[in-house]
Design a binder for this molecule. Structure first.
Ligand code: HEM
Length: 545
């Protein structure tokens, strides 16, 4: 009898514990919203009530308890720093002021691709796209934020830049880790945070950033000039906006972490789709050839004329948003979503990856078909809840315009200068589009290897040179000395048209030779090789050189 009672008591206790565990577990598991109607309820109808952020302990640590922007709860501090970030990142004036940085970095990427693919021994070898795309994003975002290009004289990321990369990747590892204890509070006893690692990361971030901040303060005192960079803006406005040092450090790292991977991932996915779909690649290139006439080099002001390319960007972000479940929104008050009560505190995610593939709102959702956006103009900046790669409402990405410009420009340059295909032996349909989560961002599981073909560049360079030859030397008989001075003039003309340096022209000419089937040999770097090119374009020489 006593034994039966004991068994009954133990059973009741076990049921109680299991029930409690279930309830607790269930209560904390974040709802994920998977369709446009519910996304609107979260991001528009209940925008303010769901504008807080959920911070795990590591995230609270890296953000100094939400003293930054990304991890701040909605309130006075958030409104203040958001206004500041909007002014510095989103206004047309600022975007225009930062344009030279973006254009320089994109041109430099094209230069690097030429350099690497025309190295003897590399011809015909495929390139790993991630390295080039990552470097453009890294340089763009570090120049914009810290006012520095962390590169040494050989064009490699320098020591300080390596340290910065180390901080970002450590931060991702620490901040992106989710533990069961974050969702089931009483289990946190079994899943401890690595406090030592958190402290070490915190002091590393602090040390690194304060060095850069004092460099800028010193430079400002010395010259009396304020530069265009985010760090300068924050230091100059520190008093007016009552920003603590923690907030400045937090905001600087927000830009680095939010802006670095997202753009490179977006372009890598788009390039993979363009190679998988040669019809789309060809159509985008035809548009570029039509709009960017041969004596003109692409600038960001051309982007508005490239409607097909813009549709390619949208189509790629529809299928491959780099932050597929956005960032966690948290309820500041009880709200109703889809008829269910969401009590104060729980986290809500919007699955923008699923919205973009919903067969109820997209025809043939898995097909990469940019034409759908020509047939119907769908906004991707937070007004149409079917397509939300940048989110919507008050927490929408403040880098939306900047990132859209940069991504479109990177693709425009890559497609205008090169024709892309899979490496030898790989069929287009074999390119795998699997994705893998990094932390809150998601990148391609497999690095993209691609072959570039210089057809477009060949046409562009020929266009420039032909025009110059027509204006200056067609049918002129020149001698060797005259030819040298003509070459100098050609370089100057080319540089004024393209903004590229002399080496770039020579590299492109090397590519022309490659295209024409001539073997690349060391002597192409000498004057003779260049004269061969000129004579092939109608310049006649009066002596054999
Ligand atoms: C293709 C590139 C990018 C994509 C797809 C993207 C997407 C997003 C998304 C989905 C969010 C979360 C919105 C929400 O929680 O409702 C976000 C937030 C944010 N993004 Fe971006 N982003 C990109 C590039 C950038 C760049 C270049 C910067 C800065 C230079 C940036 C800065 C931020 C910041 C600071 C936030 C936090 C906003 C807040 O909490 O109020 N992003 N982004």
């Amino acid at each position: 009898m006593a034994l039966s009672f004991a068994l009954l008591a133990v059973s009741i206790l076990l049921i109680f514990i299991a029930y409690n565990l279930f309830l607790r577990l269930k209560a904390k598991l974040p709802p994920v919203v998977n369709n446009a109607q519910l996304a609107k309820e979260v991001l528009k109808d209940n925008d303010q009530n769901l504008a807080n952020r959920f911070r795990t302990k590591p995230l609270a640590n890296v953000s100094r308890n939400g003293s930054d922007l990304i991890w701040a709860d909605y309130g006075h501090h958030y409104v203040k720093v958001r206004k500041l970030c909007n002014l510095e990142l989103s206004t047309l004036k600022r975007i225009e002021a930062l344009r030279p940085i973006r254009e320089e970095e994109v041109t430099s990427m094209i230069h690097d691709i030429f350099r690497d693919s025309s190295k003897p021994g590399n011809v015909g070898k495929s390139l790993i796209m991630r390295g080039y795309l990552g470097l453009v994003s890294f340089n763009n975002i570090t120049r914009l934020t810290f006012g520095k290009r962390f590169m040494n004289s050989e064009g490699k990321v320098d020591e300080q830049g390596q340290e910065l990369k180390q901080i970002v990747s450590n931060g991702m590892k620490i901040g992106g880790k989710l533990k069961l204890g974050d969702f089931v509070p009483w289990l946190s006893y079994f899943f401890k945070d690595d406090n030592e690692a958190l402290k070490a990361q915190d002091s590393h971030v602090d040390r690194f950033t304060r060095v850069i901040m004092s460099e800028h303060t010193l430079a400002r005192k010395k010259t009396g000039e304020t530069k265009q960079h985010f760090v300068d803006a924050l230091l100059t406005l520190q008093k007016e906006y009552e920003l603590s040092d923690d907030t400045i450090i937090g905001l600087l790292w927000d830009m680095i972490t939010a802006g670095m991977d997202t753009m490179a991932i977006t372009v890598e996915c788009a390039m993979a789709e363009l190679v998988k779909n040669p019809r789309v690649q060809q159509k985008a290139q035809e548009e570029l050839d039509r709009i960017i006439v041969s004596d003109h080099v692409i600038t960001e002001s051309d982007m508005s004329k490239l409607s097909y390319l813009q549709s390619v960007v949208k189509e790629s972000l529809r299928l491959h948003p780099p932050t597929p479940i956005m960032l966690p929104h948290m309820a500041g008050a009880t709200v109703k979503i889809g008829g269910y009560n969401i009590p104060t505190d729980p986290i809500v995610h919007v699955n923008v990856w699923a919205l973009g593939r919903d067969p109820k709102v997209w025809k043939d959702p898995l097909q990469f078909r940019p034409e759908r956006f020509i047939e119907e103009d769908v906004d991707m900046k937070g007004h149409d809840f079917r397509l939300l790669p940048f989110g919507a409402g008050r927490r929408i990405c403040p880098g939306t315009n900047l990132a859209s410009n940069m991504v479109t420009s990177m693709l425009a340059h890559l497609l205008h200068h090169f024709k892309w295909s899979p490496p030898f032996g790989v069929e287009t349909q074999d390119i795998d589009m699997l994705e893998s989560p990094l932390s809150l961002t998601c990148e391609r599981l497999y690095k993209l290897f691609l072959l570039q073909d210089c057809l477009n560049t060949y046409m562009n360079v020929c266009g420039y040179i032909r025009q110059w030859v027509e204006n200056n030397v067609r049918n002129h008989i020149v001698n060797k000395t005259h030819a040298r001075s003509l070459w100098d003039k050609l370089e100057t003309f080319y540089a004024s048209k393209t903004g590229n340096n002399k080496l770039f022209l020579l590299k492109q000419l090397m590519n022309i030779r490659y295209k024409e089937g001539s073997p690349i040999s060391d002597h192409i770097n000498d004057f003779q090789g260049v004269l061969d090119q000129l004579s092939g374009m109608g310049v006649k020489f009066d002596e054999k050189i």
